[in-house]
Design a protein around this ligand. Structure first.
Ligand SMILES: C[S@@+](CC[C@H](N)C(=O)[O-])C[C@H]1O[C@@H](n2cnc3c(N)ncnc32)[C@H](O)[C@@H]1O
Length: 244
């Protein structure tokens, strides 16, 4: 299961399984982020692990100067095609979040929809949080949108099934040590495609303390995309707006 993220996110099937994570969902989160991060038009934004570019292209549409990177060429191709269709100037490039060859500075860096906690060591998982601090302009913002481990542990649905465009999708979830592991089976045209996800579970305090140790301060913590306050016992998300 090591390097599961390379197989899964380079599969065309990823977008079918997460079809509910669409432009509307991205629009809500971008609006929430901008309600906390007061940015001038033309401000520089970096979307780390941008996937198919739904947030990066939304920020471009709103008049910001946006770059996004990801490891998956499949998802980056989607991102580039959408930018072309919408005549947006978002710049996309391929890169690994553990070693991003960037020198320019940004006003806002975002890392959204649980694009965090994929690796074995804390050092690897937090390396981009640390790098973000140095990539930000003075008083710049870093936003991490991650799961709330407490409610995830409490409400874990062991198995669920859905049908998307003629594909049957069966997802099995379990807690294994300090990770949440999901097995995804996609049945289509008499074939079964199996993938895994494995995400390290960190508490709010662990994330906040680590980010503070790099120099960040916490500006706001939200518990959902509509701007509800974070409540460790009931929120689904942990959306932290850090400030340099
Ligand atoms: C859950 S998706 C979220 C994508 C996007 N942020 C969104 O909200 O639609 C996680 C993303 O992390 C990317 N990813 C996984 N490992 C990565 C790595 N080592 N470096 C850069 N991106 C990575 C995947 O390719 C995928 O696009």
């Amino acid at each position: 299961m090591k390097d599961w993220y390379k197989d899964w996110f380079s599969s065309e099937l990823y977008l079918a399984v997460y079809n509910h994570r669409n432009d509307d969902d991205a629009e809500k989160l971008c609006r929430l982020i901008l309600s906390s991060a007061d940015l001038q038009k033309g401000a520089k934004i970096l979307d780390a692990a941008c996937g198919a570019g739904r947030h990066a292209n939304r920020f471009s549409l709103l008049g910001f100067n946006v770059a996004g990177f990801d490891l998956s060429m499949t998802l980056l191709t989607e991102a580039v095609n959408t930018a072309k269709e919408k005549k947006l100037s978002t710049k996309f490039f391929c890169g690994d979040i553990r070693n991003v060859p960037l020198k320019s500075s940004f006003d806002l860096i975002v890392n959204l929809f649980t694009s965090f906690g994929y690796f074995e060591s804390d050092e690897e998982n937090f390396s981009f949080v640390k790098q973000s601090y140095s990539l930000l302009n003075k008083k710049g913002f870093y936003v991490l949108d991650y799961l709330n481990e407490k409610t995830l542990r409490k409400n874990l649905v062991a198995q669920s099934e859905k049908e998307v465009n003629g594909k049957r999708i069966i997802e099995r979830r379990e807690i294994s040590g300090n990770r949440v592991v999901k097995e995804i089976n996609v049945l289509c045209k008499n074939q079964n495609h199996k993938f895994f996800e494995s995400v390290r579970l960190y508490s709010k305090d662990e994330i906040v303390e680590k980010a503070k140790s790099f120099g960040f301060v916490v500006q706001r913590i939200f518990g959902d995309y509509l701007g509800g306050e974070f409540d460790e016992n009931s929120s689904n998300r942990l959306i932290t707006v850090f400030r340099k």
